[in-house]
Every structure is written in C-alpha cells, then in structure tokens.
Design a protein around this ligand. Structure first.
Ligand SMILES: NC(=O)c1ccc[n+]([C@@H]2O[C@H](COP(=O)([O-])OP(=O)(O)OC[C@H]3O[C@@H](n4cnc5c(N)ncnc54)[C@H](O)[C@@H]3O)[C@@H](O)[C@H]2O)c1
Length: 301
C-alpha cells in the first residue's frame, strides 16, 4: 500500500515537472491566441498566404511577410506583386501588429539567409514559420515536362522549404520553442494528371516534415504539413484559365478527387488558414509529423 502511494506520488511529481516544462493547455487559451508570437509567412502577398497572415494578425501575432513579389524567369503564371505584399503588411499594421514585408525569391539560398537574418534582427525570434509559397507549371504528360521545368518546380516548391528550415531551426532550438507548418497538397499523397514535378515536390514536403518532426521534438519544435485540395486562389484561377477542363476532365477522374460535400469542389483560403492556426498554437502542442488533409474528405475515398 505504502509502496503504491509512493509510486503514485512519484508519478504525479513527474506529471507536475512535465507540466512546468510544457505550459498547460488551459493556460494558453486566450482571446488573442498569438500575442507575443512572431510569425513568418512565405507567399504572403496573396491567396492562402494572405489569408494566413491576416488571421495571425487578428489573433495578435507580429509578422514577417515574405513574397518574391515579382516574376521568376520560367514560371508560366503571374506571381504575387510588391503592391499586394505592401497591402498585406499595411492591413496587419492597421490591426495593431508589428509587421515587415520582405521581397525575396526563396528558391535562392542567399535570399533565404538574408530574409531570416532580417527577421531575427527586427524581432529577435521566429516562433512560428508557415512555409507555403509555390509555383506550378503548365499541365502536360510527364514525358513532355522539360528538365528545366522539373528543376524550377523542385527548387521552388521543395528545396527552398529545406533551405528555410535550415536557417530557422537553429534559432528555434536556441529558444526551445517552435512551430513549423509547411503546405503540401493532396498532390502530396496522390498522383494528379499533368503535374508530375509539382506532385513529386509536394510528396517531398511531407517526407521533409515527417523527418524533421522526428528530429526536433526534443527542442519542443513541432513540424507539420497541411494538404489542401483545390482552393479558390489566383493559382487556381490561372489553371482554370489556361486549361478550363483540367479539373473536370483530368484531375477528378484520374485521381478520384471528388469532394464528399455535394457541390463543393473548391474550398476557400480561410478553410486552410483554420488548420494552419490550430497547428501553430499550443493547443496542438503534442501534434507533430502529421500531414493534415483539408480536402473535403477526398483522401477518405
Ligand atoms: N490553390 C490550390 O488549389 C492549392 C491546392 C493544394 C495546395 N496548394 C498549395 O498552397 C500554397 C499556397 O498556394 P496559393 O493557391 O495561395 O497560391 P498563389 O499562387 O495564389 O500564392 C503563392 C504565393 O507564393 C509566392 N511565391 C512563389 N514562389 C516564391 C518564391 N520563390 N519566393 C517567395 N514567394 C514565392 C507567389 O508570388 C504568390 O504570392 C502553395 O504551396 C500551393 O502549392 C494550393
């Protein structure tokens, strides 16, 4: 009996020590979820990145907002602009947050380094990194994809994610805190007609996330992916313009990609934002290494 009491006490001492190390979830539930948090968002000028940025600003975070904000040679669709990025920065400041905009091509190692150096100089830390910029190429059969298109997609949509993580992680490790969310896609867990280089890169993002989650949990750093399916953004607008029947004739039949919600084939950026914010806050503190589908249930088919 005495031995059992002693064992119980040791167990509760261990639990108390663990609670001291990791803040209790109820103490983290506030009206402003991200006050005192500094968040870096890539691809922030428009689409999902804009939605994530403004939601973090509403919830109290200070922001480093990064976008290439000009055309990258070889990318066939328009990218975000400097004006769009400035508008997101201005809207965040209007909400009372400290926010800076950084124009940088994150596929370039030197620009990744200078972006993170600038963020640390201005804010002293990065608590949360939402890495979600990407490009696509013109849909065509795999053997028709050029080597240049393959390299462009992989440097932009996968290698740059690694380069950013490489620069950010040492700062998070020093502070023993971090939340990294990377945007993959339903193309991260299935094939999608016409975009093999994008699909391979998005599969790679999930692999990177799983690997990093294994390595950095001891520093209280979680690493997760979100996997949206079709989202109503400028990227999708362009796809629909150049290839109006791509979704209905190619993607949906080839991938079995059909929403479980009648009449809803496209979600809105805010649907992805809500998943990102949950993975970024301390209510998901022990969730790491997942690839969370935001896909109208298509992955359940
Ligand atoms: N829209 C969809 O249907 C969909 C579906 C699944 C996954 N996704 C993913 O969601 C994320 C956001 O996509 P979106 O639909 O908002 O796209 P979007 O094209 O509207 O926005 C992407 C932003 O990233 C920026 N960007 C691209 N390359 C960059 C670089 N090298 N450096 C800095 N910024 C760069 C662009 O300028 C643009 O502002 C992407 O990772 C995309 O692959 C989108």
């Amino acid at each position: 009996m005495l031995a059992r009491g002693l064992e119980d006490r040791k167990r509760s001492d261990r639990a108390r020590a663990s609670n001291r190390r990791h803040k209790k979830p109820w103490s983290t539930i506030t009206n402003v979820r991200f006050s005192n948090r500094t968040v870096l968002v890539t691809g922030a000028a428009r689409g999902q990145g804009k939605s994530h940025s403004l939601a973090f600003a509403i919830e109290g975070a200070d922001l480093i907002l990064v976008d290439v904000a000009k055309q990258i040679p070889g990318v066939p669709h328009p990218l975000g602009t400097a004006k769009q990025l400035e508008e997101v920065v201005a809207a965040s400041r209007k909400l009372g947050r400290k926010a800076i905009g950084v124009n940088a091509d994150l596929s370039q190692s030197a620009e990744v380094k200078s972006t993170i150096a600038k963020a640390i100089k201005e804010f002293g830390k990065i608590d949360i990194a939402v890495i979600q910029h990407a490009i696509v190429t013109i849909p065509r059969l795999t053997h028709e994809i050029t080597e240049e298109e393959w390299d462009l997609t992989h440097e932009n949509d996968l290698k740059s994610y690694f380069l950013l993580a490489k620069e950010i992680l040492p700062h998070m490790m020093q502070r023993k805190y971090g939340r990294i969310i990377m945007t993959s896609s339903d193309a991260g867990y299935r094939g999608i007609w016409g975009i093999a280089s994008y699909t391979a890169a998005k599969h790679g993002v999930i692999g990177l996330v799983r690997n990093m989650s294994q390595e950095y949990a001891p520093w209280n750093i979680t690493v997760n992916a979100v996997c949206p399916a079709a989202v109503n953004t400028p990227m999708t607008d362009w796809m629909m313009k150049i290839y109006p029947n791509w979704y209905t004739e190619k993607i949906f039949p080839s991938s079995g990609r059909t929403s479980l919600f009648p009449g809803v084939d496209f979600t809105e950026p805010i649907d992805v934002t809500n998943a990102v914010l949950w993975l970024a806050d301390d209510n998901s503190r022990f969730v790491t290494g997942i690839a969370l589908p935001v896909d109208c249930g298509i992955s359940a088919r």
